[in-house]
Design a protein around this ligand. Sequence first.
Ligand code: ZN
Length: 474
Amino acid sequence: MTPTVRLRSVAIGALAAALVATSVQAAPPAPRSPADSEQLARSIFAELVGLNTTHAIGSAKATDALAARFLAAGVPAEDIFVGGPRPDKMNIVVRFHGRGKGKPVLFNAHLDVVEAIRETWSVDPFVLTEKDGFFYGRGTVDVKQEVAILAANLLRLKREGWKPDRDVILFFNTDEETGGDANGVEWMLAEHRNLIDAGLVINHDAGKGQALHGEKLWNTIQTAEKVYVTYSLTTGSAGGHSSLPARDNAIARLARAVAKLDVYSFPVRFSETTRRYLEAVQARVAPDTAAAVRALLANPADAVALDKLRDAPVLNAQAHSTCPVTLVQGGQSESALPMRAKATIQCRLLPDENTDEVIATLRRVIGDPEVEVGVVYPPNPSPAATLDPAVVAKVEHVTDEMWPGLKVVPVMSSGASDSVFFRRAGLQTFGVSGTFVDESDLRAHGRDERVGVNEFYESLEFSYRLIKSLAAAR
Ligand SMILES: [Zn+2]
């Protein structure tokens, strides 16, 4: 069982609110792929955006289209797998054989997209439209651009007669956005693990480049995601006529519990990833926020600094587990005393948080045995990846070749992607992509989703170099 749409693809967003703009310096143009390669990438991109792969329709048309392209390019049929739990929910895996020097490296992105309401868009969401320096369409940034980039690059490498040291596997899956019983990564791991078993997984749906108002800040490498878990608080009281209130009132009791949780902060704990991320961000936030980040890095128990960080939710989320109240229900009639009250507590836990301890903490903070704490959506813990210096060095090297001087910063996502399934299955997984997304212009899942034309083509060349680098023997 995987989570539903509510937790998918949560943007690193809100970062823009915490950042301070600096003057933009003109950077030299980044290297680009040959024109024929760019044309191929664009044509695959247009084909994929043109195929509606929302949950209701499924991804089978996209897997058919991609399989046809790989077959036409001379990839043997036995190296192409198309399959899924249902005829409409299909995944595609393509293997490019190497010299067997090490376990395969796998590149992953999902094929499905969230719904798009035509009337709310200024262009047709299912037609790739180039306008004002952007490609518009559903999936242009989440995440068909990456599928097109990876497919075009492997076709380019095949044309160039490249023979990697290790097998290179492309895996494009269905149903990332909705989870549910058709998630392609979960299904493949359960049914055909041998086809996607890799020494290294690079998920192109995470670890984007972050820009602000047109200025590239840094590229990122995603090593972890917070764990999604939902609890309920329920309590009851005797009820009766509202003209004769008793001492005990279920809604008031629940309100007291919620108020206590609201001011409670889970302990701050940094990983190498969150520490390095906050160190990098520090240089780009307002001085008082930077001072709070610095104080907290020096002393995680600094309550004043943590309180200051609550004004910057995107930074606060990196520092500790969070459990806000999201829903509340109670009572049964305007003129009756409540018999029942219920609140929903939605937690995003640090990857190594002990979930039994979290529930014990909630009970302890509430301090009222009459308020029952229950689990609504159980945690599916997924461990953080250990930052692998060899992988980081390659990502840094390719990033620096493309955009000289640009840093690579490790990140932990506060939302979730398919990386959780790979990591839970024990596969070393990092989110990496060379697609820069502007934090002041986040449109994934929204209207008029778009990616910069330059950003798309730069990412094409970044990915080409990264594939070659990572497929080389260690
Ligand atoms: Zn996505």
